[in-house]
Design a protein around this ligand. Sequence first.
Ligand code: AMP
Ligand code: MG
Length: 408
Amino acid sequence: MITVQEAQSIISNNIQPLGFETVSLKNTGNRVLAQDITATFPMPQFDNSAMDGFAVRAVDTEGADKSSPAILKMAGVSSAGTPSDIILKPGQCAQCMTGAAIPDGADAIVIVENTNGFSDSGTVQIFQEANIGEHIRRQGEEIEKSDVLISRGTCITPGEIGTLATFGYEKVSVMIKPKVAIFVTGSELVEPGNKIKIGQIYNSNLYMFAELAEKSGVEVVMREVIKDDKDSLRRLLSEALQTCDVIISSGGVSMGRFDYVREVYNKLGVQEHFWKVAQKPGKPLFFGRADSTLIFGLPGNPVSSFICYVEYVHPVMQDLQQKKRDPKHQAILTENFPVESKKYRYLFGRSWIDSRGKLLCSPASKMGSHMLTASLESNCILESPPRKQGLKAGDEITINPLNWRNIE
Ligand code: AMP
Ligand code: MG
């Protein structure tokens, strides 16, 4: 049996990134950038007003207050989208709306609240002195032209897509999403919504895999529930080998009499890279490859499947898309953690930051590999390499955050 580190490095050695494609801006959400995004122009692109008000020459407002306003002549209007070509002369001002270009000659904005308001009158009363530069957004103050805004490998979230749009990008180069098949095996599985008899269970893993795959930003192209039957397994797995970059199955890889998954993979020409890892849960984990398709046979117990996905499959999905892997952290245990002497130990757990800013954590109380409800109270996976001595409250342990949950 190999160690977790050996298993991880075998998997890493078998990953070939999938390359990139060009997509329209509206389809870039949750995709990984394959290009650096640079500023196509300075931002702001031109000097413009931060407020609705009057563009003035600050010098013309000297000493102005409510009792002795400065009276300025109206030279025109500059509004967002419709700049004016006025050049302010001494004693003149222009109505200037938020986002509108600052007319030449003006060096400050007086907000409308500090005047007698917008009107068609030829003059306006200014009730407050303006300072040079006040309420003016200067060209380039946010970003210089050609600055790198977002680097290759970044996942596109609302901030990134907004920034891409801001700089006029409509076609964007993104990493190709892995095409994924998710299978669950087991003659006992029944779909939610149907009645179950004694001995049967509802299929949870397929739904869980679909959500996990969504979190990894990949495209699920096949999803099937398969009986413990070699023919159906062979038919569906061979179809997936033709069409998918990654195959994930659950169940049927242990020592049971009807555990056919490994045998069928082998018969289909999948090169087995490992089967069985010194870990708990998830010992019978299978990893193989056929051409460029990576195959993960995860054990059927829901917690094993979940944890093996997060620890082994999710990082692969990130690597295939050349995305930086999510970091793990060190946290301090507030309770004992049941290590294993020969196996790597994973448990669902909760982590939080205490009032002094320390990252603390504790394992879930439900520890069985069939106890999926342990995930409900968890926001991370706690993990420890094999150790002779137990880990106690106060000791450090590695945590792998479930990044769709918050660390409070
Ligand atoms: P196996 O790895 O096939 O031996 O399955 C181990 C345990 O996980 C058995 O108790 C199965 O009934 C259960 N199991 C397998 N597949 C699923 C699934 N899709 N949903 C829920 N439990 C499952
Ligand atoms: Mg089974």
